[in-house]
Design a protein around this ligand. Structure first.
Ligand SMILES: CC(C)(COP(=O)(O)OP(=O)(O)OC[C@H]1O[C@@H](n2cnc3c(N)ncnc32)[C@H](O)[C@@H]1OP(=O)(O)O)[C@@H](O)C(=O)NCCC(=O)NCCS
Length: 429
């Protein structure tokens, strides 16, 4: 029996608590939570999730069993597979952005796995994005082995760090501006303004979903309930304008060493970033500060008298991209060096496959299909990794992911695709 015979696949807009498809949306959210083996949502958490997902304009795809379900199984209104999308801006460097199709909430019920349901939802969704003129798709992955086959490649990384904030923690210079402890409930509008500045200046940054602002205000903790443990601090520039914030929570007196956990740290300038770390480093009674979303290249390490205060507990992929429209995506960004390059892109989904000539003049590219010999041969996933300049084409060539046909072409690509600033994404989805 084929997928069509066994299931109905429906795509519909997320409804809020009083929206027209509220019950369908609620059943879909319950299926997502169950797919990630989490505890069922409480009524209050469900209402919050319904509201914030509707505010993001999400599209839900659900796969529903046709015909009667076996006794004891969830009812036919509960999808056996879920797939969510929303569209947000992705900063592609030099202050430029493209619309990105964000893929999220991908689950297939354990008893329905490996029948091709993910493949079916993914391929349909990527084609829909392409037809709508969206140049890039993006996701964050639960496992590293799932998404390369669909043309996604790792474009940014992040680190989980532990920072020793005892005696050894001293910054080498005093950053400009000042820091004040803040009331999380007052943070909402400021968090939006500050993130908007980060979004406009950081390659790899993805505009945030509604839930981030609710979380910063303490309205939405990790378990979906109010986060009464949340503390906050604001950084102000020399004119007194807020330009960054940190939210954090104490791990409790039973936890040794005494540790403060950073929930969110958003800084519009390098001074802001170091100023907020200076504040975290000054908290009495605290020995360590932990943060799970530190950048791969962290200025804090270089700003400290003792760089060994910063220890990396884990490091891994964060943002995965998928180029849906090569011409639109490559034209959208600026380049670090002028020059020409022919890329042969292999793509089993046929969205990016072709030989492409990129001619860069004064930082802007003209991109055209060509019959010329290729300089580099690579798959769609490697192209996605190179795209923002966060992953070196030379490294990809050394790993066998990029085949260099013309000697020196990977180095040429490195100079052209280089990003002037950091490439980092602070938005999980
Ligand atoms: C990951 C998950 C969504 C896969 O769904 P599925 O319907 O079983 O996947 P499909 O049958 O469509 O498989 C598609 C392809 O991916 C491969 N694949 C699926 N899950 C995989 C995994 N966990 N690791 C490696 N490969 C995987 C399949 O082998 C298949 O390969 P092929 O088409 O190239 O032969 C499902 O296992 C799941 O819900 N896992 C728990 C939640 C989760 O991790 N979600 C992902 C969030 S980012």
């Amino acid at each position: 029996m084929g997928i069509e015979d066994a299931y109905e696949i429906r795509t519909f807009p997320a409804s809020g608590p009083s929206g027209p498809r509220r019950d369908e949306s609620a059943a879909w959210l319950h299926a997502v939570v169950s797919g990630f083996y989490e505890k069922p949502l409480t009524d209050a958490a469900l209402e919050r999730a319904l509201a914030s997902n509707a505010a993001d304009g999400r599209l839900y795809t659900g796969v529903y069993p046709r015909g009667p379900v076996p006794a004891g199984a969830p009812g036919p209104d509960v999808p056996v597979a879920t797939f969510g999308t929303l569209r947000k801006q992705l900063n592609v460097g030099s202050g430029r952005s493209v619309e990105a199709q964000l893929v999220t909430a991908v689950t297939v019920r354990a008893s329905h796995r490996r029948q091709g349901l993910l493949r079916r939802m993914m391929v349909e969704d990527l084609r829909r994005g392409r037809e709508d003129g969206v140049a890039v798709a993006a996701l964050t992955a639960s496992e590293g082995t799932i998404y390369r086959r669909f043309g996604f490649g790792v474009a940014t990384s992040e680190r989980e760090v532990t920072v020793d904030v005892g005696e050894r923690f001293r910054l080498l210079h005093r950053p400009a501006g000042s820091v004040e402890a803040a009331v999380p409930a007052e943070l909402g509008p400021i968090a939006r303004d500050v993130f908007a500045r980060v979004q406009s200046t950081t390659a790899g940054s993805i505009d945030r979903q509604e839930r981030y602002y609710r979380a910063a205000a303490g309205e939405l903790g990790e378990d979906g309930a109010e986060d009464t443990a949340l503390r906050a601090a604001l950084h102000y520039d020399d004119d007194g304008t807020p330009d960054g914030y940190v939210t954090y929570a104490f791990k409790g007196w039973g936890h040794e060493p005494e540790t403060m956990e950073v929930r969110d740290l958003v800084a519009a300038t390098p001074d802001t970033y170091l100023g907020l770390w200076g504040f975290l480093g000054s908290l009495d009674l605290v020995k360590e500060v932990r943060w799970g979303n530190a950048p791969a290249e962290d200025p804090l390490v270089w700003a400290l008298e003792d760089p060994r205060c910063v220890r990396t507990r884990a490091e891994g992929d964060m943002l995965w991209l998928r180029i849906l429209d090569v011409e639109a995506a490559l034209r959208a960004r600026r380049y670090g060096a002028d020059g020409g390059l022919v890329l042969e892109i292999q793509d089993s989904l046929e969205l990016a496959a072709d030989r492409w000539r990129i001619d860069v003049s004064e930082g802007d590219a003209v991109v055209t299909p060509t019959g010329e010999e290729a300089d580099l041969v690579l798959d769609a996933s490697a192209l996605a990794s190179m795209y923002l300049g966060g992953v070196s084409p030379v490294l990809l060539a050394r790993s066998g992911r990029v085949r260099e046909i013309v000697p020196g072409a990977a180095e040429r690509a490195l100079r052209m695709f280089a990003s002037a600033g950091p490439v980092h994404c602070l938005t999980h989805f």
